[in-house]
Design a protein around this ligand. Structure first.
Ligand code: ADP
Ligand code: MG
Length: 280
């Protein structure tokens, strides 16, 4: 008889991939992508942990985790001495867990200023977690960043295997992207030599707007294969879902936005497979 578990163990990565959703602009779809890509990955059997690093806590709220359900949060892991494992909570989506954020994170930057290794706090916490049996059960950690290149985002970039950039198809998209790429290069040079751009996801694409097409073409011309073929359309169901505390994929799995996130998940899984093969 074929030993399936041995085959699985041989092909599965032994530790989760840490993908960081970063873009210093607000409102470009970082949180929406974290929630819905996470849900889509979980729907096809991957175990996913979302780490909410934004003091606004939109990923936590959007996943239906109320403020009083966050006894141990990302703040306690970064600034306090909580272990990351103690902050992991289940969401209503099977296979999708969360480390929630609280407003305390607003003060984290100042509080971390006195720490040695202040840029490595998340990295150290995630490292300990992903080496544990509980952590190894996950295949992806998605870190949702605040809309700035502050110490929280730097912590995420230091902990990252790779960066996933949600990019809204609007006029200054490329300028914003080059600023982000410069920061990634700086982090790569000084703090995390293995850091890479995993991909760029075009979000809120409006097919009735010529500018969307033009910006998408420009970004593809500059970034080539890094840009996902899947484009996330502007879709009102996606923007309604968070107020119900549900991923769009749960709120309305048939809407165009949900379908796009399912497609993105399958493209991402394929890309991750290619990266693993290239490395092997
Ligand atoms: P960020 O995390 O980068 O600040 P969000 O994911 O919170 O951005 O998105 C900003 C706003 O746009 C939110 O209100 C969200 O619901 C909405 N939004 C995101 N993606 C889409 C989409 N594809 N279609 C329509 N609205 C969207
Ligand atoms: Mg956000």
């Amino acid at each position: 008889m074929i030993d399936l578990s041995a085959i699985r163990a041989a092909v599965a990565p032994s530790q989760p991939r840490v993908l960081v959703l970063a873009n210093q602009k607000g409102g470009v779809g970082k949180t929406t992508t974290a929630i819905n890509l996470g849900t889509a990955l979980a729907a096809v059997g991957e175990r996913v942990l979302i780490v909410d690093l934004d003091p606004q806590g939109n990923a936590s709220t959007g996943l239906g985790v109320d403020r009083d359900e966050r006894p141990v949060s990302a703040y306690d892991v970064l600034v306090g001495d909580a272990e990351l494992a103690d902050a992991v909570i289940d969401t209503s989506v099977p296979g999708l867990s969360l480390v929630a954020s609280t407003m305390d994170l607003l003060g984290a930057e100042l509080e971390l200023a006195d720490f040695d290794h202040r840029s490595h706090r998340l990295n150290d916490a995630l490292d300990a977690f992903t080496r544990s049996d509980a952590g190894r059960a996950y295949s992806y950690v998605l870190v949702d960043c605040p809309p700035s290149l502050n110490l929280l985002t730097i912590n995420a970039m230091v902990a990252a295997d790779a960066i996933l950039v949600p990019l809204q198809c609007e006029f200054f998209a490329l300028e914003g992207l080059s600023q982000l790429l410069r920061t990634v290069d700086r982090v790569k040079a000084s703090l995390n030599p293995d850091l890479e751009i995993q991909g760029i996801v075009l979000t809120m694409f409006d097919k009735r707007n010529n500018l969307s097409d033009q910006v998408a073409a420009d970004v593809r011309a500059h970034m080539g294969d890094k840009v996902y073929r899947t484009v996330i359309p502007r879709n009102v169901r996606i923007s309604e879902a968070p107020s119900f505390g549900k991923p769009a994929l749960v709120y309305d799995y048939k809407c165009a936005g949900s379908k796009a996130y399912m497609k993105l998940a399958s493209e991402l899984i394929q890309r991750e497979r290619d990266i693993r093969h290239a490395a092997a």
